[in-house]
Design a protein around this ligand. Structure first.
Ligand code: NAD
Length: 362
């Protein structure tokens, strides 16, 4: 039985991936997570007693801690989800992004290089994978048409995306220079269960349910290519098992929506799932429909206008495709937040989640 190290496995995408990996592969899954504000042990409750699961609390930028994990676990794969992931936070405090997203990736690559050097054979190298979970944001902003493919230049606009781009370059360099079999995956905006309400979709759902304003940055016209988290995890599993080292794979479902369209779709769906007329919180807020809660707010500095990825390569090479459309997945996501008030209360217990960050007025 081989061991996969899943860094950042207590976060949003990581915890969905851990469950998918335990369900659909025979491997041991060892989560390595610092448990920052974004890392939640609640996210891993469902797998806590699984016989092939283990958890190690460690900082990926701590060389000694990473070396100890590699010595103990002798992994056959590293899937690096661990990151500071919120663009707004990278405006208020860029240092943590450089430390975790760049230095952390570097330390994991160094430990991988040493592990392969010690195990010394072609076989170990052939069987080992380092999968870096990158983002479509590294490509920068698009105009009204077109989509990024894997050959598009990296032109990051935020400290978050710059740090993710730097990590991507390191993975590529360790592959070319030291033969560490690295693969990069550039996923578009994820949504689904376990996402913290500092991000657009859960923030909108929870504020709407509670009759609070639904903030929309700028004119609401920024476009993102929405990807359901289970589809992202399926793509990563395929990349781990069948992707080609040295390559990168874009992952996107072709669900381009403006932020305003996303907020409107959530309001429409909530009118069906929890009609405003029957939600006392809206009565207290003095509104009769969720859409009346929309509120345009000052834009994010450096806010990329549009992202879209061309996912032809992963579709063609690895047979990946999203299983359901955006509206069906949004419905499932809203249902998950309605059905999991205990999780919502727990991750919001310090009151810091739905605070506006990165605002020029802040
Ligand atoms: P998240 O913020 O929900 O989770 C990040 C996890 O990393 C948390 O568990 C946190 O505790 C952990 N972590 C942070 N710093 C660490 C450190 N120094 N050492 C160990 N663990 C640390 O993030 P997410 O939304 O699940 O994103 C996961 C990965 O996917 C990130 O690398 C992100 O850049 C990438 N990504 C995210 C999206 C998206 O839409 N969310 C899209 C594309 C790519």
């Amino acid at each position: 039985m081989s061991t996969w190290l899943v860094t950042g496995g207590a976060g949003f995408i990581g915890c969905n991936f851990v469950r998918a990996a335990l369900d659909s592969t025979p491997h041991r899954v060892v989560v390595v997570d610092k448990l920052t504000y974004a890392g939640r042990t609640e996210n891993l409750e469902a797998v806590a007693s699984h016989p092939r699961y283990a958890f190690i609390r460690a900082d990926i930028a701590d060389r000694a801690a990473v070396a100890a994990v590699f010595d103990a676990e002798q992994p056959s794969a590293v899937v690096n989800f661990a990151a500071e992931s919120h663009v707004d936070r990278s405006i208020d405090g860029p240092a943590a992004f450089v430390q975790t997203n760049i230095v952390g990736a570097f330390e994991l690559l160094e430990a991988s290089r040493e592990l392969l050097a010690r195990s010394g054979g072609e076989r170990a190298r052939r069987d080992f994978r380092f999968v870096q979970i990158s983002s479509d944001e590294v490509y920068g902003s698009l105009g009204a048409t077109g989509a990024f493919d894997e050959a598009s230049p990296l032109r990051p606009s935020s400290v978050y995306s710059a740090s993710k781009a730097a990590a991507e370059h390191l993975v590529r360099a360790y592959c070319a220079t030291f033969g560490v079999p690295g693969i990069v995956t550039n996923g578009s905006n994820n949504f689904g269960p376990h996402q913290l309400p500092e991000k657009l979709i859960p923030l909108t759902i929870l504020n709407a349910i509670e009759g609070k304003p639904l903030p929309i940055y700028g004119d609401g016209g920024n476009v993102r290519d929405w990807l359901y988290v289970a589809d992202q995890c399926d793509a990563i599993l395929r990349i781990l098992e069948h992707g080609r080292p040295g390559e990168k794979y874009n992952v996107g479902a072709g669900n381009e929506r403006t932020n305003l369209e996303v907020v409107d779709a959530i309001c429409d769906e909530l009118e069906r799932a929890l009609p405003a007329a029957r939600n006392a919180a809206l009565g207290h807020a003095g509104v009769t429909r969720y859409a009346e809660l929309k509120q345009f707010v000052i834009d994010r500095p450096g806010h990329d206008r549009r992202y879209a990825v061309d996912a032809t390569k992963i579709r063609r090479e690895l047979g990946w495709r999203p299983k359901l459309g955006f509206e069906a997945r949004l419905r499932e996501t809203i249902r998950w937040y309605l059905d999991n008030p205990r999780w919502c209360a727990s991750v919001e217990s310090d009151g810091s989640q739905r605070v506006r960050r990165g605002s020029p007025a802040a």
